[in-house]
Design a binder for this molecule. Structure first.
Ligand SMILES: Cc1ncc(COP(=O)(O)O)c(C=O)c1O
Length: 337
């Protein structure tokens, strides 16, 4: 497989006993928050493929972008530094941010940090990163741009393979997950999981819980990620060129499924009931979810497992904990103890 080997894999899967008993389901958790320390979380699986490509292209610098508390940016910076590469991150801000959480780690790990406004980020983040790349190139560096969340073709390989890892673990554990749930922020994780589900015929329901935007937005992104991933799968011998051609023709947006309704106050903004849920889960299972992604996703699961919810019929549910712990500390004062 054409990737770097950085993450601690396979990540553990185990049953959340008390949450399962409370809901009458079998709820399992996959600890992708434990893929490492500095590069903990889901992004390292995508970066193992993307950064390998960067190195093969002779690049010695990684440029990427995200919110001020982006886990993806922090993971990218840590990988770059680990490999002796330079890194730069474009962070979206509204006010002057305190140096804390992931942003603090970006600084600590030596990234060149640039800021942009929300408008600049939504309208022209790729153009800004390209300009940055030109500047660094003029200094003699060879930058490789990773789009938001590493949600692009080569990055999608990360969760394509994570789904295969799940299937191998199911065999060992003698359990079959009918449903896989994950938080969705830029789409590449859900895209890889569902692409693998389709190609390898696992027959699972894969749901991304939107923590921003909505289902049509993520369906578009996922379809693009999945299509752009196909050449990499062919190159790696996962599928034949003719299978890739057939998939490219037949895959559609509706193949990717999302749960809406849990964005709450907006991306990275918490409601008291979400923080209360994080506290409750921490005390019930000893598992800490983050406020931006996994807290919102599992808050949504609580509701969706009830009568009439999207997970009502699911029996064996696997939630993939994608990390985000460093983003919890900046909101610690908002918790009610
Ligand atoms: C902790 C965490 N969970 C989930 C996600 C969502 O993954 P994706 O961007 O692939 O949708 C992200 C990043 O956006 C993340 O940092």
């Amino acid at each position: 497989m054409n990737k770097l080997s950085l993450a601690n894999l396979p990540t553990k899967i185990y049953k959340l006993e008390r949450w399962s008993a409370e809901t009458g389901k079998n709820i399992f958790i996959k600890r992708d928050d434990q893929t490492g320390s500095e590069w903990s979380g889901n992004k390292i699986r995508k970066l193992e493929f993307a950064v390998k490509e960067a190195m093969e292209m002779g690049c010695n610098m990684l440029i990427t972008c995200g919110g001020i508390q982006s886990n993806h940016c922090r993971a990218t910076v840590s990988v770059a530094t680990h490999l002796g590469m330079r890194s730069a991150v474009l962070l979206r801000i509204s006010d002057t941010p305190p140096v804390e959480g992931n942003y603090f780690l970006d600084m600590l790990l030596g990234a060149d940090v640039r800021f942009c406004t929300r408008e600049e980020y939504s309208n022209s983040r790729m153009e800004i990163m390209k300009q940055m790349a030109q500047e660094y190139a003029a200094q003699g560096l060879r930058p490789y741009i990773i789009p938001e969340g590493a949600s692009f073709g080569v990055g999608t390989m990360g969760y394509y393979h994570a789904m295969k890892e799940v299937a191998a673990q199911e065999d060992k554990m003698d359990v079959v997950f009918d449903t896989v749930v994950v938080a969705t922020g830029s789409g590449g994780t859900a895209a890889g999981l569902q692409l693998s589900n389709m190609i390898n015929g696992y027959g699972k329901k894969v749901y991304g819980v939107c923590v921003c935007d909505d289902e049509p937005y993520f369906q578009n992104i996922c379809l693009n990620c999945a299509k752009d991933c196909l050449p990499y799968l062919v190159k790696d011998g996962e599928i034949s060129a003719s299978r890739a051609e057939e998939l490219a023709k037949n895959m559609k947006k509706e193949d990717f499924h999302f749960i809406e309704g849990y964005v709450g106050r907006g991306y990275a903004l918490s409601r008291p009931e979400e923080l209360e849920h994080i506290k409750r889960m921490a005390r019930m299972e000893g598992v800490v979810f983050d406020p931006v992604y996994t807290g919102k996703a599992t808050f949504g699961m609580v509701n969706e497992m009830k009568a009439g919810g999207m997970l009502e019929r699911s029996k064996n549910i696997l939630f993939i904990h994608t990390g985000g712990l460093y983003g919890l500390f900046p909101v610690s004062r908002d918790f009610d103890f």
